[in-house]
Design a protein around this ligand. Sequence first.
Ligand code: AGP
Length: 360
Amino acid sequence: ASIGVDGHPDFMSKEIAEQPDVAARIVDRLAPHVLDGSLWADLALPRFDRVTVIGCGTSLNAGRMIGGALSSLGRVPVRTLVASEAADAVMEPRTLVLALSQSGETADLLNAIERLDLSRSSLVAITNNEHSTLARQADSVLTCDAGPEIGVAATKTFVAQVITGVAAALSALVASERMLRSDAVRHSDELRLMPELLAHAIAVSHEVLPSIVAGVLDEPGFLFLGQGTGVVLAAEGALKLKELSYRWAEHQPAGELKHGPLALVDRGTPVLVIDSGDPRIDRSIAEVDARGGRIVRIGGPGSTVPVVGLGRPAGPMAGARRWGPLEAVVPLQIFARDLALALGRDVDKPRNLAKSVTVE
Ligand code: AGP
């Protein structure tokens, strides 16, 4: 049967709306196997000392989120490789290579894997296509189970990759005793909250973003700031905005603002800030505010877009979750789509781009 938009104006709208259900499906399937380490043990892979994450575009961003979980929660050394730049990377023994690709057919990634010396590494594919070339080449496959994604802009597959990868990472850390069980319990509870958090983020975003977007239609450039894995979300937000609206967008770690990018900020410059709970973000916001920048704060209660932290226990974990706040990606997707539609763009088929890039 052919796939339709199911009452939505476009596939992107449908795929954004599907995210809570996609998350629920993955969490229901994987969460019961996290804490006993069996999710990881079932992949039957040798022990690893370090991790290399590799991919392109949004899949690479998903990999960075998972890498953030592995290094901050398990003190695992993690390196990230942009697939098109990976050819000369030196692979140390006992490296776990996490290769991420929605399609599993991206030429830059497949070629990188072919050229790298993986003889002393194990290769795990995190893909939405278990029958893909990537899946066939991997030692083990983690399927994302997001269902077909038609819109060129990756949305639900990003969320699916991150949840799948973080679940596997937690399970690996438990299995190798790199993580306290009590921490693993808290993070696995956090995974179980994701469907609800994503649904809340969708509702809030649709409520508050239209008037914000209406005020920035003529802005030529957008800045995205974050900290920790919030920097990755900032990168993902900037990528979505570029590919859908054809406007310039840049992402930066918030602390880097004062080392150069602050010069971009003028009266009215839109600055989207992913506030993951680290109080140092306030300083960056004050710097933007003093120059008349238009701040869109995506964070907890009291933010411009209050999507982070609903129903989550307060305390240190809330501010330092290490692999999130994943729900903050939702307003970034909706912001980019709303802006693109207001500018008359085709959000399912942006110019110059293909869903699966099978040339180098
Ligand atoms: C994301 O919105 C893009 N369309 C693009 O960056 C994409 O994620 C990239 O081309 C990788 O594709 P893959 O996941 O199929 O490998």
